[in-house]
Design a protein around this ligand. Structure first.
Ligand code: TXA
Ligand code: MG
Length: 340
């Protein structure tokens, strides 16, 4: 066990420069530091230092064959770690970066081999969060950072999620409050002539298509028998500690299922948009908010919430797969033990 250094930061306070310099110094010394991005908290290490990157895999219990995303502060830093890429990538960077999108590009070998899990391509993104950008600027290195959760658990949208999972296993945690988007970045494979979305996320397919024309979705996103191209997409993911059922249908159907399970003596928690909460009788409730962007923001807190409530089953509604709803439904399907 190591002592995890904790900084509570506020962008309007003077001491932030000192705090973030300490965090960046730990990264430069080959240690792991968790920090907020606009999507979820990331667990960072110097992407050019193989030993440092190894510590990420150890702390998370992450499978070795699952590559990491390199985070950089500027387009120049992105260009510095990749080989020549397709023209449409410049348009995407112009339109969406900094922002919740990760480009899979040919690697030029600057980053350590364990960042890419031995692949010839590398995932790169410029996060749109003032704290992440400041740490990246001070450290002035590409920072490899997966979501800062234990492998398999829901991603962290708040610093206390990181603390719960990784305290004592990482060198530092920068706490700047809840993240904004709430679900991870869109991962888009840009190595071929037509880009392919490997993981839906903060930027939707239609937003991307408005800039560069038609893109494809990885077939595995709609068909379980296809092998996903992003190695991470094949693993069990986002699993709450309490089993989750995803129920597609009107509130009456949800209520009926909740009743049946409660009749067996089980305690049921419901994860629903605000407007449905009052219509349902259950043992515990968590509101996902008023609209789809709030649902995305509250999703991972919701998946973690019920373990404190002595609940046997979580029942959650489904959402239209439009915009951020694609990412939300992708995560919920992976988290669910049953879809009804
Ligand atoms: O929003 C995010 O992307 C967050 C924040 C911290 O930036 N990071 C994140 O990282 O979600 P992670 O490691 O949890 O997910 C990265 C995904 C995995 O599914 C991984 O397999 C895929 O990206 N990936 C990374 N490099 C790849 C590559 N070269 N080829 C294909 N897939 C890749
Ligand atoms: Mg993750």
């Amino acid at each position: 066990m190591k002592q995890t250094k904790y900084w509570k930061v506020n962008i309007n306070e003077q001491r932030i420069n000192k705090q973030l310099t300490e965090a960046a110094t730990l990264l430069l010394r080959g240690e792991t530091v968790a920090f907020p991005t606009e999507t979820v908290y990331g667990l960072g290490a110097d992407a050019t230092n193989e030993k440092a990157v190894k510590k990420i895999f150890q702390a998370k219990g992450r499978p070795q064959d699952n590559p990491l995303i390199a985070h950089v502060a500027t387009k120049q830093q992105l260009v510095d770690i990749v080989d020549k890429y397709n023209e449409y990538v410049d348009k995407l960077i112009e339109a969406f970066s900094p922002g919740p999108i990760t480009y899979i590009l040919p690697s030029n070998g600057t980053c350590a081999a364990n960042v890419t899990a031995g692949l010839s391509s590398i995932g790169v993104r410029i996060p749109d969060h003032p704290i992440a950008l400041k740490i990246l600027q001070i450290a002035n290195i590409p920072v490899a950072a997966p979501s800062a959760n234990l492998s398999g658990k829901p991603s962290p949208s708040k610093a206390n999620h990181v603390w719960e999972d990784l305290q004592g296993k990482i060198a530092g945690l920068v706490d700047a409050g809840p993240t904004g988007v709430g679900v991870e970045s869109t991962v888009i494979d840009c190595t071929g002539p037509i880009p392919v979305i490997l993981r839906p996320g903060g930027i939707s397919k239609s937003e991307i298509e408005a800039v560069i024309g038609p893109v494809q979705m990885d077939p595995s996103l709609h068909n379980d028998s296809e092998k996903p191209k992003a190695p991470g997409m094949k693993y069990t993911h986002y699993s709450p500690e309490v089993p989750l059922w995803l129920v597609d249908g009107p509130v009456d159907k949800l209520q009926q299922i909740v009743c049946e399970v409660r009749e067996q003596g089980k305690r049921v928690g419901v994860l629903l948009q605000n407007k449905y909460l009052e219509q349902i009788e259950a043992d515990a409730y968590f509101s996902l908010g008023e609209n789809m962007s709030e649902v995305a923001m509250n999703l991972y807190e919701g998946l973690r919430h019920f373990k404190k409530e002595n609940i046997d089953l979580i029942v959650c509604e489904t959402f239209p797969e439009i915009g951020i709803g694609q990412a939300v439904m992708n995560r919920l399907r992976k988290a669910a033990s049953k879809i009804i």
